[in-house]
Structure formats: C-alpha cells, structure tokens
Design a protein around this ligand. Structure first.
Ligand code: NAP
Length: 336
C-alpha cells in the first residue's frame, strides 16, 4: 500500500521531509504541497514526481487523494492546519512545536479526544535515534535499577546571530531535552529551575549557556546544559544515573582513531548530520502507522506537556526561581 501525503510548509525541514518521502522511504508518495510562499511550494513540488501545488492548507487537507498530512510550517500556523486535518480523520505528522501556546495545545487535545483515536504524531525525533532507543531499552530492562537522574547536554557549534533569541535556547533547543527526560524517566516534570552562568562572549548579549534542573514528579532529577555557540560541533550527550548502575549515550561517530599519541573521532557538524537516521525512522514509522489508519510515537499530550515545561522554564530563566509546571488531567486516550 502507498500512503499519499500532503505537505504543508515547504521550508527547510519540509523540503527535507519531501526528499525523505520521495527518495528514501518506501510505501509513500507526496501528492500535494502548499506554502504561503507559492514559489517555494512550486519549487518543492518539482522535486517529487506527482505533487500538485495547493493554494492553502484547507484545500490540501480536503483533497480526496491526500490520505495523511505532514505539517512543517512555522509553529504559529500548526493549530490552523491540525484542527481541519483532525476533523477529516487524516493521520497527521506535525513538526515540533505542536502549537505555540498551551491553550492552543489544549484545544488540539480536546479535538483529538473528540475524534476518539490518536491521529497526531509530534516531531520529537530523538525517540527514533538508535542511541536513545538503546538507552531507553537499558532503563526499561532493569539491569541498572530505578533511574534517579538524567543528565542531558545539548551543544550547538553556532546559531544564526540575528535570528536566534535567548528564549529559543529553551523553546526551540531545550524542548528536545525536555522530551527525552520525560520519555526516559517515564514521568512528568513538577518544577524547573534555570541557571545562567557567565555568558559565552561569542554570543554577545545572548543568554548562553543555560543550565536547567527539572524535578520530576516521582522525585528523579533531570539536568540540561544548553550551549549554542560552543564552536567545536553539535554534541548531544545523555546519561542515566540509577540505583545500581549508569547508562550513557554512546558517541555518535562510528570510529575512533588512535595515532601518534592522540585519539580522535568526528563530532557532527549540526543536528541534520547527528539525527538524519532518526528523522528517517520517525517518518517511516509514521507512514507505517498511517497505512493502518492511526499514529504512534510522541503524542499531542507530549506536545502539550513539553510546552508547559518550556513556558515554566522561560519564567524560571527570567526570575532565577524554581517554577512549578501546571498540567491539566491527562485524557485516557494518551495512556500508554
Ligand atoms: P522554515 O524554513 O521557515 O519553513 C517554514 C515554511 O512554512 C516557510 O516556507 C513558511 O513560509 C511556511 N509557512 C508559514 N506559515 C504557513 C502556512 N500557514 N501555511 C503553509 N506554509 C506556511 O522553517 P523550518 O526550519 O523548516 O521549520 C518548520 C517547523 O519545523 C518549525 O515548527 C520548526 O520548529 C520545526 N523544526 C523541527 C526540527 C526538529 O528537530 N524536529 C528541526 C527543524 C525545524 P514563509 O517563510 O514565507 O513564512
């Protein structure tokens, strides 16, 4: 079976998903694209054999030959695309964030609950990375005992100077660490604190680095370093410290060379290089679930809970105080 996909938003990651759906994965084809920038949508359509260009997301979602909808527009436009796709009963892949406010996330959850089955997968791709999956399997396997702490390190070589703001260190970057902390520890965040050491002078006035401590509801702790101008590469680290052992994400380079008294390996240049296989697995699993009429993976509830932690962390960064994360009741639809 071939799942026919409509893509909303043909910017950087939208184009990459079109390439993936067209050239990398089997069992899918892109039949429709739209973007507020029509020329960009046309150019993206030209990279795949059978895609028509639509004027807007509503008509794309309503098209009979669009069986599943991939949303890769910018965050503030996500809700307006998700709600009609939910009403149409079409499986949805939505790039993170689910929506840009908690209220919008709750409206989406309400709409999905009204449909009565999960139709939304949110683009938190680390859960599809082989190293993170091995870490999760180790925790669940029980050999190291109950997890007590998760340490996450998220380092970018550099970020675009005029586009990247201090808040984005939390709302755009740390959200991935919030996602894996909740997923690995299988718990919600109760309180978050964000500390800011001396600034990295490379970033000028940017609040960089930051160090967050998340208190999970069950008592475990998760710490996150976000450094976005560290120069040497894109470095993602993670370690679980547990009652009877520890488990650490392996280095992502496949080979370490020892030579002339040194040892060395490649550090990925950026997130594309580090997570390309995870993006492939993420969309492959979405297509497989869509072929069966549903979705799996990070849910709308995850998108909402992460937005709530992100908002609390932004307050915490401004005040220096620990801020509580208030979550509504989780609907049964999102029970594991
Ligand atoms: P981008 O290059 O700016 O692309 C977004 C595209 O969507 C642009 O062409 C934009 O047009 C278009 N757009 C805006 N509103 C629209 C609407 N209502 N309908 C249709 N198209 C619309 O951004 P990007 O980097 O690809 O990011 C897109 C999304 O993916 C963001 O939510 C981002 O957070 C997420 N993302 C996730 C990851 C990840 O690791 N999972 C990585 C990168 C990006 P204009 O430029 O004309 O506004």
């Amino acid at each position: 079976m071939t799942v026919r996909v409509g893509v909303i938003g043909t910017g950087m990651i939208g184009q990459d998903h079109i390439r993936r759906l067209t050239k990398v994965l089997k069992g899918c084809e892109v039949v429709a694209v739209t973007d507020v920038d029509r020329a960009r949508a046309k150019a993206a359509a030209a990279t795949t054999p059978n895609a028509r260009v639509f004027d807007d997301s509503e008509t794309l979602i309503a098209a009979d030959d669009v069986e599943a909808v991939l949303i890769a527009s910018w965050g503030p436009a996500h809700e307006a695309a998700i709600l009609p796709a939910l009403s149409a009963g079409k499986p949805i892949f939505c790039e993170k964030p689910l929506a840009t406010t908690q209220e919008a996330c709750l409206r989406i959850i309400e709409a999905e609950v009204a449909v009565g089955r999960r139709l939304i997968q949110v683009g938190f791709m680390r859960r599809y990375d082989a190293a993170y999956r091995a870490l999760k399997a180790t925790v669940e396997g029980g050999s190291i005992g109950a997890p007590l702490m998760f340490h996450s390190v998220h380092r970018n070589a550099t970020v675009p100077k005029d586009l990247y703001t201090s808040d984005m260190a939390v709302s755009d970057t740390m959200v991935h660490d919030i996602d894996v902390a909740r997923w690995l520890l299988d718990d919600e965040v109760g309180r978050v604190r964000v500390m800011t050491p001396r600034r990295n002078s490379v970033g000028g006035a940017l609040r960089d680095p930051i160090f967050a401590v998340m208190e999970m509801r069950g008592g475990a702790l998760a710490t996150v370093e976000v450094s976005v101008n560290i120069g040497y590469g894109y470095d993602i680290r993670g370690e679980i410290s547990a009652e009877q052992g520890a488990a650490t994400l392996a280095e992502s380079n496949p080979v370490v060379v020892k030579h002339s008294g040194t040892f060395a390996g490649r550090v990925p240049a950026d997130w594309r290089e580090r997570f390309i296989a995870a993006y492939d697995a993420e969309i492959a699993e979405w297509i497989a679930a869509a072929a069966a009429g549903g979705v799996m993976g990070p849910s709308a509830w995850d998108g909402y809970a992460i937005a709530a932690v992100s908002d609390a962390a932004l307050k915490a960064a401004d005040t220096g105080e620990a801020v509580s994360v208030e979550l509504g009741e989780r609907p049964a639809l999102y029970d594991a």
